[in-house]
Design a protein around this ligand. Structure first.
Ligand SMILES: Cc1cc2nc3c(=O)[nH]c(=O)nc-3n(C[C@H](O)[C@H](O)[C@H](O)COP(=O)(O)OP(=O)(O)OC[C@H]3O[C@@H](n4cnc5c(N)ncnc54)[C@H](O)[C@@H]3O)c2cc1C
Length: 440
């Protein structure tokens, strides 16, 4: 087993660009080269706008190159919560936004010929205990009434589909599937550079100087831009900017060794649906094109004052490995190849935030994708590009809302300990009931 700093999907590219060494004067500067920054740069470029992208490390080094690999229309904490907070009309608009995001992302992969093992298998929100069935049935009904392409899959269909027995029933999201995040983000990087966008890797922005024109300081040079887009998601607080609007949480994943023929047969799961569990802090699982199981999460970590939590966290790694063995007893002998962690950005309502701030309204942001940013961050590129040109994309209305801030410290830290404590206790109770059921 090894700890993989960037995850198993990608390493710093040999043709890494940057750092920026001479001052620049541009129309638009984008900070961060994940799905959001690269997609925005591509959309701006096709509108004939000169944008540069400044990336602290290399494109895809953040969550975009190391996530779990589920292309999903999930939005917010869950649909019942979205409905409770925002009412039916807004909840339907958010479902349309999330579905459009999945369709758009699949089109982007096709348009730029990005070979990233995308498999349109759908994703399943699965019950690990029969007591969760009624809640999932209601969630599926609600989803359908809001226009989402979801349906309840009962125990009989789960077994017909050959899904592993740990999962009793579930809500199938028919849109989306699973893919290789590293190959996807490297494909976006290639497309962005081929389109003529100037990408400066190894160029961290160290300060944002607001004004009629915005100044961005980097260690080697200064960039002056008419407009700036902050596309740093989970890293945003480290810029000292919107520290209470979006906070970083860290989650951990593993990748196993490749399954041998016998393990493959014992596992079943021929449709390769992505799976996440109906816990408060979910577990996720998928099988890669190379026959490895990728999974994890189970808990999220917050560090005082919105600092980035440590990436190498043996306690989280032990927890997700233990859970893998419990859900998949047939894989008891299967080794773990890598553990890693990444940082997600959370707004208080778990929804993405698109907006502009500053005295001159020229510091734009597109952040806060929680655990569902693959599709939403990709689509956000289109929305942010429109906003940077002074227009509103029709889908942006779904995201326009009164936003809230996380509380100041030390309350923020205490709030996260309390939330994760309650989630952990509820999930631990479910898992105890699962063990009892299995022992019965
Ligand atoms: C463990 C994990 C599992 C996940 N699983 C899924 C999943 O299965 N499905 C799903 O939909 N979503 C998932 N997500 C969420 C998804 O990966 C993110 O929402 C999405 O990648 C966000 O993209 P982004 O471009 O906004 O941010 P990032 O990809 O994080 O990009 C931000 C970039 O900004 C750069 N940066 C930071 N500070 C600076 C600075 N000062 N100057 C310049 N550059 C800077 C970083 O280096 C980084 O490259 C997961 C996330 C994690 C961490």
């Amino acid at each position: 087993m090894s700890f993989a700093e960037y995850g198993p999907y990608l390493a710093p590219p040999r043709d890494r660009t940057g750092p920026l060494t001479a001052d620049l004067d541009v129309d638009v500067a984008i900070v961060g080269a994940g799905y959001t920054g690269l997609s925005t740069a591509l959309a701006l470029r096709s509108a004939g706008i000169d944008a540069v992208v400044l990336e602290a490390d290399f494109a895809g080094a953040g969550a975009s190159g190391r996530n779990a690999g589920h292309l999903t229309p999930t939005i917010g904490k869950d649909l019942p919560t979205v409905l409770r907070f925002f009412g039916r009309e807004r909840a339907s608009a958010l479902v349309r936004f999330a579905d459009a995001a999945v369709e758009h992302t699949a089109r982007v992969m096709e348009k730029h010929a990005i070979e990233c093992d995308y498999r349109a298998s759908g994703n399943l929100l699965a019950a690990v205990h029969p007591k969760q069935a009624a809640k999932l049935e209601r969630a599926a009904e609600l989803g359908r009434s809001l226009g989402s392409r979801v349906r309840f899959v009962d125990e009989g269909e789960m077994r017909e589909r050959g899904l592993p027995p740990a999962f009793h029933c579930g809500v199938l999201e028919e849109a989306g599937g699973t893919f290789d995040p590293g190959r996807y983000v490297l494909g976006l990087r290639r497309a962005t550079r081929a389109a003529g966008v100037r990408l400066f890797e190894q160029t961290p922005v160290t300060a944002i100087e607001e004004g009629r024109r915005v100044g961005l300081r980097t260690p080697g040079a200064r960039v002056t831009a008419d407009r700036v887009l902050i596309a740093t998601n989970g890293y945003t607080a480290t810029l000292g900017w919107r520290r209470r609007a979006i906070v970083p949480l860290a989650c951990s994943l593993f990748e196993t060794e490749a399954l041998d023929d016998e393990q493959r047969r014992a596992l079943g799961w021929p449709g390769g649906e992505g799976i996440y569990t109906a816990h408060e802090a979910l577990e996720s699982y998928r099988v890669t094109a190379g026959g490895r199981v990728v999974g994890g999460v189970k808990t999220a970590r917050y560090a005082y004052a919105s600092r980035l939590p440590a990436a190498n966290h043996p306690r989280s790694f032990a927890l997700i490995e233990r859970t893998l063995r419990e859900r998949f007893p047939m894989l008891r002998q299967l080794g773990i190849r890598h553990f890693w962690s990444g940082w997600l950005g959370y707004t208080p309502d778990f929804l993405p935030s698109l907006g502009a701030t500053g005295e001159h309204g020229n510091v734009h942001h597109a952040v806060g994708f929680a655990g569902h940013g693959v599709a939403q961050a990709t689509l956000m590129g289109e929305l942010a590009a429109e906003q940077l040109q002074g227009r509103e994309h029709p889908l942006a209305k779904a995201l326009a809302r009164r936003t809230f801030s996380w509380p100041p410290e030390p309350l923020r830290w205490l709030a996260f300990q309390a939330i994760m404590g309650v989630f952990g206790a509820l999930d631990a109770r479910t898992d105890r009931q699962v063990r009892k059921l299995r022992g019965a």
